[in-house]
Design a protein around this ligand. Structure first.
Ligand code: ZN
Length: 424
């Protein structure tokens, strides 16, 4: 099936080529003005318009099809006007492909209120001080209009509203942008979750209105697709309500009301119930529109996402753990700083086809990590990003050839689980 999410000729489409029966999984292609993304796909994160330690050319070579940056960080520095003047995010960072920006909703709340940067996925290992740093000054205030927050860089005061988030994301110019949402945690009360959900719904309408206005005003710019964000924490009725509401949401323009081009599935998610929660949402969301799972990227969770109807993923985990010398292998994670690697004159993973594994040994990586050499982060990040990008590409190939579940069984039979949900 083929759809044009907004008036024809805008350059954004989603084609589903394979959708196995008795599963929500699908393989397809998202087309954007800056190129195509074969889905399912893992989208590496370059929070501040750079994947830390790795050249964009190298990201392309290792198979990344698109990159995701963050509107909050780019708003604070260098400022969205700079990116607009540079010709948009892709041109600014010399990335020859599609880009996404996260709305800033998660960051103004997480960096502002004093969440730690990593939201643990597993609620059982979640302590309250992992969520709200106790003695930290409260740096963000949410009201029905928007969020007032203090910059984590210099303490200056700022205000994000749905309109501001759209203006900032239009100036940054990514191909796929997200509606401004209130991201809650699993520990907010049920009453608060209901309130946040309704606020996100009303903000969604304001995002659509502002997006429609800016799209018309800036009609000479490449079309940007807007995804609505589904929240609702761990509650079945709230997740279903959010999916129903967001799918039906339209701008208030009486002549040509627009809806969302796709959907972002957000919020802190409990690892054990991830698949169930995705099913609640994806059985309701229109099948013909693409779905992005925000901030999830551990191998075992990617399988859960793909078979429950996710088309694209982003996560900072692969690059963040690489900088601490942790690398993925076919049998689980390895730490290159461990003494056992001192004389390991073999690649990180002999089944990996990345540049690092082709040219370097674990012994060399152990040496450069111990010596705190900058090349350590570069080589380890190349490996981890390739590992995750390739894994999702392999899932796609297995969906196309009809042996997805065999591939999953083979991979998971060897791979040892480790949790991870992480957003910058
Ligand atoms: Zn490798």
């Amino acid at each position: 099936m083929r759809i044009n999410a907004l008036p024809s000729g805008n350059g954004f489409t989603f084609d589903i080529s394979h959708a196995p029966e008795k599963s929500l999984a699908r393989a397809g292609t998202i087309s954007t003005p800056h190129g195509d993304i074969a889905t399912p796909a893992f989208i590496p994160v370059g929070t501040k318009a750079t994947v830390k330690a790795v050249l964009p050319e190298t990201m392309k070579e290792l198979g990344a099809q698109a990159l995701l940056s963050n509107a909050y960080h780019l708003y604070l520095q260098p400022g969205p006007d700079v990116l607009d003047e540079a010709g948009g995010l892709a041109r600014f960072m010399n990335w020859p492909g599609p880009t996404f920006t996260d709305s800033g909703g998660f960051q103004v709340l997480s960096l502002g209120v004093g969440f730690k940067k990593v939201l643990a996925m597993d609620a059982q290992t979640f302590r309250s001080d992992d969520v709200i740093a106790g003695n930290k000054e409260r740096l963000a205030h949410v009201d029905d209009e928007g969020v007032t927050f203090k910059s984590h860089i210099d303490g200056s005061m700022h205000r994000f509203t749905p309109e501001v988030s759209m203006q900032v994301q239009h100036q940054i110019g990514a191909d796929i942008i997200f509606a401004f949402d209130e991201c809650t945690t699993l520990h907010n009360t049920r009453r608060y979750q209901e309130k946040a959900l309704e606020r996100t719904r009303l903000w969604g309408i304001r995002c659509l209105d502002e997006h429609q206005k800016l799209t018309l005003e800036r009609s000479q710019k490449p079309y940007q697709a807007l995804y609505g964000v589904i929240q609702g924490a761990q509650y079945e009725d709230l997740r279903k309500k959010a999916a129903t509401d967001m799918a039906a949401l339209r701008s208030t323009d009486p002549d040509s009301p627009i809806g969302f081009d796709g959907f972002g599935l957000g919020g802190a998610l409990d690892k054990k119930t991830l698949g169930t929660i995705l099913t609640w949402m994806n059985e309701i969301l229109p099948a013909e529109k693409p779905r992005h799972l925000l901030g999830i990227g551990a191998p075992e969770d990617l399988f859960v996402g793909v078979e429950n109807g996710i088309d694209t993923f982003d996560c900072v985990l692969a690059s963040r753990i690489a900088r601490t010398s942790a690398v993925y292998t076919m049998v689980g994670r390895n730490n290159l700083s461990n003494a056992v690697n001192r004389r390991a004159f073999e690649p990180i993973d002999d089944e990996c086809d990345c540049y690092t594994c082709k040219h370097y040994t674990k012994a060399y990586l152990h040496h450069v990590f111990r010596g705190k050499e900058m090349i350590a982060a570069t080589l380890a990040t190349i490996h981890n990003e390739r590992f995750i990008v390739r894994l999702v590409d392999q899932m796609r190939a297995a969906l196309v050839s009809g042996d997805y579940f065999e591939f999953k069984e083979q991979f998971m039979g060897r791979y040892k689980h480790l949790s991870g949900q992480a957003r910058d």
